[in-house]
Design a protein around this ligand. Structure first.
Ligand code: ADP
Length: 161
């Protein structure tokens, strides 16, 4: 069974990786799909975000998860790839409303594709790409929360700004 794990990944964190590793145990084939134009203006370009996901996967020794970018409707991307499920991560109840809306809309658009949620590990339940960027922007240590390549990319990005 094939599944797609979509998101902004601006940038990928250990929370995303935790969900990805859980999903990989359940599905035979998993693809990460980085959305080109996320809801919020991204810090990293789509290609930078895609590359950081790829490098992070290498860091944790995962070699069988392709990483693509997509624009437009997620469900169209899912259909093109022939997946049976869309994977999403759940942290706290604050994720629920938006995820519920998205899942039901996507089901309306294609009732054959299910959205499947994975609970993150407790230690990542407060972690988000936004909080990582905020802390790193002001020089805080985020090494426990992101792969090394992401930490370096954040340093570079904030040096340029
Ligand atoms: P989006 O803009 O599509 O929500 P994100 O990159 O913010 O993209 O998140 C992609 C998915 O990963 C979402 O389902 C989100 O809830 C989940 N996610 C993000 N951070 C974590 C985390 N720390 N633990 C578990 N899931 C997470």
């Amino acid at each position: 069974m094939k599944a797609l794990y979509p998101g902004s990944f601006d940038p990928i964190t250990n929370g995303h990786l935790d969900v990805l590793q859980r999903a990989r145990k359940v599905f035979d084939q998993l693809t990460v799909a980085v959305v080109e134009n996320p809801r919020k203006a991204p810090l990293f370009s789509a290609e930078e975000r895609r590359r950081l996901v790829e490098e992070s996967l290498k860091e944790v020794g995962i070699e069988d998860v392709p990483v693509i970018t997509y624009s437009g409707l997620l469900i169209e991307c899912a259909k093109r790839l022939g997946v049976v499920a869309i994977v999403r991560g759940l942290r706290a109840t604050s994720d629920f409303d938006y995820e519920f809306q998205m899942a039901l809309m996507n089901r309306d658009l294609d009732s054959d594709i299910e959205t499947v949620f994975f609970m993150t590990a407790g230690e990542y339940s407060f972690l988000s790409s936004s909080i990582v960027k905020e802390v790193k922007r002001y020089g805080g240590d985020v090494s426990k929360f992101v792969p090394r390549c992401v930490e370096r990319a954040l340093e570079e990005k904030f040096k340029q700004k």
